[in-house]
Ligand binder design. Sequence first.
Ligand code: PEP
Ligand code: MG
Length: 569
Amino acid sequence: MIYSGISASKGVGFGKVVKLKENIISVKKEGATENKDENERYTNAINSYKSRVAILSENLDQKLSVTEGDILRSHLAILDDPEFNNLVLKQIKAGKSAEESVSIVCEGYADTFRSSNDEILIQKIDDVIDIKQGILSMLSGESDPIPDLSKGSVIVGRSILPSILSSLDVSLISGIVSDSGNDTSHSAILAKSMNIPMICGATNVYNKVNDGDDIIVDALNGDIIHLPEKKEVKYYKDIASKYIKDLTELEKFRDINSVTTDGQILNIYCNLSGISDISRFLESDGEGIGLLRTEMIFMNKMAEPSEDEQFKEYLKIVQSAKGRPTIIRTLDAGGDKNIPYLNISKEENPFLGIRAIRFCLKDRALFKRQIRAILRASHYGNVEIMLPMVTCVSEVSEAKAVIEECKDELRKDKIPFKEDIKIGCMIETPSAAIMADELAKVCDFFSIGTNDLIQYTMCADRGNSMVSYLYSVFQPAVLRLIRNICLSAKKAGIKVEMCGEAAANEILLPVLVSLKIDAISVSPGSVLKLRRIINGLNASDCNKIADRVYQMSSEAEIFEYLSSYKNTD
Ligand code: PEP
Ligand code: MG
């Protein structure tokens, strides 16, 4: 029987089912007679849980890296949040038991995250559930349901909590299947670092399998093969060995330049969302960080991170780049990136409202805290600042004035920073693309944000499948804007990069080479694959291909034409 789910950590695993027992800890309902006792029980439980998390995260630091340890350490940040503790203590004061109080508060957080529609907050659901289970088991004295594993175990759970995964012997696990979660959940991030194939969102598989059943986890295609027949085992073994062979082939493209056969360099950078992406970046062989989406650092918190907190996060990322370019984008809040505590007023049309640079120029104090943190981190690496969603020259000039103010303050306080830090902007609105020649006079570099540029040019919401037929980088209108941006950048002698999803589109690469784009910035997993293609391209052939593209008037024609050149892998 074949079930399907979301491929969360690539690979193919073969083995026997080990079902993760559900940790159903009874929640003491009756109100406590003495608030004082319940307060004390809660404080003791939370302290024991914190020590346990500290040990587990240190184990992860040693087994994997500090980045993975930080996933569990983020639980500590929630537990240290005064808001969290106040909410629990308020419930206890109202006469609830410590167990019930913790459950109510954690479930409340989970519900808020669930209804947020926000990928990062949804990712945190497992964390608060993990915290709930952890504190409850400390209160009840019952331990976590850690299963007995033997070599080739495939873990199947209704959900896989990060703390459980961190407690298991990785060398015995050949696959993971979870009924809930998605490819961005913290367990998925851990599974990737542990190199274990994992499938999430495999609805109800838990109920359909039994301990000891044979199972195959094809996390390349998101298929779970329960009780496979002999011929299926052979079929999937072939897929697994082809995958390993491909990976080995790609390794030949590690530690070399991304350069066409006739010597044109097209650097490949990585898009990062925070410290949890560092290990993927380091593995990727990316030549720099082309986009750090700092809003994710804000979304991961319950309140605005202070200048110091931001500085520490940026610093870790900057140091991981070891001198390679690190482009930090200032806060792109608003639009699809809702950060509840910023209280951005409800708008009819958030994508056309107070978003990104518009928000930061309104809330100067918040903007300055971020700029100061970035400037401080710039002392430790090759940092550049990038402004999102710019539509006109005055926004860049205003933002640069704020940056100058921050520099003055830091100088006065004798805090070091990179004096000649480059300041550039995203070109992701049609107005910026049209005004690229003027913007080039006030910017040190451009980075083309195709995700937004396509949506604003085609008037097609990037998340609306009903208009996805219009949402394409191969639309001639979009390609003409991209060409204009690149020509303006080249004329002004500034660098131009591309960091939207289209940068990883293999069939677009000849056009990007012809435009002499300096760098593309993509998700870490795509670096070697794209380098293999770039290293097989010839710039003068690309020029001829692109010349024809600009004569075409339909998306379909361009797509078909460029697809015909995709014989490179
Ligand atoms: C883009 O718009 O292409 C981009 C990279 O920004 P984001 O996806 O974060 O809006
Ligand atoms: Mg954007």
